[in-house]
Design a protein around this ligand. Structure first.
Ligand SMILES: Cc1ncc(COP(=O)(O)O)c(C=O)c1O
Length: 396
């Protein structure tokens, strides 16, 4: 498994394989020792050594594990990177990046509307180690340029943002970061590599909470950093070994299993997302729908330029906390829960759930209201979703 491909073969076999084939086969070759079609879960903490200094490439499971190698090979290929390193959660992946690439006196520019746990970690943990942070609207390229300092090392971007669905032009911010000697990291969790490939647009690293679309079944946490430069791979592997916040073999296996159906899931997520967005826009109790697939979304043109679909993340305005509460108490097919990207439709209230840590003032600054509801449209029969939303919105 995860063996190097032979260099022989006809033109047809040399042709770059497609995305779905990569999902299903890259890193996921049958196990050479048994022929098992599915990558085994290597539940081992250590590996026998033939003699001192002689092993089969694995010494201790914090450093490496064959199930993990298969997943990392697969995810690197999906993002168009040369390496991927998986961690115990999306936040553990964020932590690894900061520990690898920032030191006291360095500066990081972060989008002002990213997953709430990211600024919480930056402000309440990393700031204590002398790292400086600025928060800017990364969709505003002049604001990003102005925020750059001599000590800026990383530009951290989430696009589209969570939950306001604001896009950042990846190519342009990569240029700004590189001109200032910094590196661009893009959180690609919302789109998955099926719809957006930040490395191809100039990003230096791509981060995911694999908990979401990559796993796709809401049954395990995880995080990954994909990259193209050997120095990134080297430092991230060092951090896995040194800080140890690695993904367990079982959870690697869950992501390997989930990722096989990524392409078909994303197509269905996108299809259902379009219908749900249209339905919500036409509902008289819904005041606004934030969805980049609408032709009147202020960044629809950018969405079409840098994404190949619109995904299934939609935020809509119910008008007040009380309205949001009323409707969320009534949903039956949609599941009221934090998280996103599962096969099941997950619906949540950002102000009291994912973005509670921002505080009222912080939420106001970015335009996140108490009436906003976020929906991660799943792959159920769309008529059942629409009927469920219909009866829930009737409660307002
Ligand atoms: C966009 C985004 N990035 C990062 C994270 C953090 O990932 P995890 O919950 O796997 O630690 C989340 C979690 O919701 C997220 O939505």
């Amino acid at each position: 498994m995860a063996k190097k491909k032979s260099s022989g073969g006809s033109k047809r076999t040399e042709k770059k394989i497609g995305f779905s084939t990569t999902c299903i086969h890259t890193g996921q070759e049958p196990d050479p020792s048994t022929g098992a079609v599915v990558v085994p879960i290597f539940a081992t903490s250590t590996y026998v050594q033939e003699e001192l200094g002689k092993n089969k490439g694995y010494e201790y499971a914090r450093v490496s594990n064959p199930t993990r190698t298969c997943l990392e090979t697969n995810l690197a290929a999906l993002e168009g990177g040369t390496s991927a390193h998986v961690f115990a959660s999306g936040m553990a992946a964020v932590t690894a990046v900061t520990q690898c690439f920032l030191k006291q006196g360095d500066h990081l520019i972060c989008g002002h509307n990213v997953y709430g746990g990211v600024p919480r970690y930056f402000n309440q943990v990393m700031a204590n180690y002398g790292v400086e942070f600025s928060y800017v609207d990364t969709s505003d390229l002049d604001a990003v340029k102005k925020a750059m300092r001599r000590n800026t090392r990383i530009l951290w971007v989430e696009t589209p943002t969570n939950p306001l669905m604001v896009l950042t032009d990846i190519k342009e911010v990569a240029r700004i970061a590189h001109d200032g000697g910094a590196e661009l990291v893009v959180d690609n969790t919302f789109m998955s590599p099926y719809f957006q490939r930040p490395l191809a647009l100039g990003a230096d690293m791509v981060m995911h909470s694999t908990t979401k679309f990559l796993n796709g079944h809401s049954d395990g946490l995880g995080g990954v950093i994909a990259a193209t430069k050997p120095i990134h791979a080297e430092k991230l592997a060092f951090m896995q070994k040194t800080s140890g916040a690695i993904l367990s073999p079982f959870e690697c296996w869950l992501v390997l299993r989930g990722v096989k159906s990524l392409a078909v899931r994303m197509v269905k997520h996108d299809e259902n997302g379009r219908e749900v967005a249209e339905y919500l826009r036409g509902h008289r109790k819904v005041k606004q729908v934030l969805y980049p697939g609408f032709s009147d979304h202020p960044q629809h043109a950018l969405a079409k330029k840098q994404m190949t679909g619109f995904g299934s993340m939609i935020t809509f305005e119910t008008g007040s906390l009380s309205n949001a509460k009323k409707m969320l108490a009534k949903v039956r097919v949609c599941t009221l829960a934090e998280s996103l990207g599962g096969v099941e439709t997950l619906i949540s209230h950002p102000a009291t759930m994912t973005h509670a840590a921002l505080g009222e003032k912080g939420r106001k600054q970015i335009g996140l209201t108490d009436g906003m509801v976020r929906i991660s449209v799943g792959i159920e029969d769309v008529d059942d979703l629409l009927a469920d939303l219909d009866q829930a919105l009737a409660a307002i």
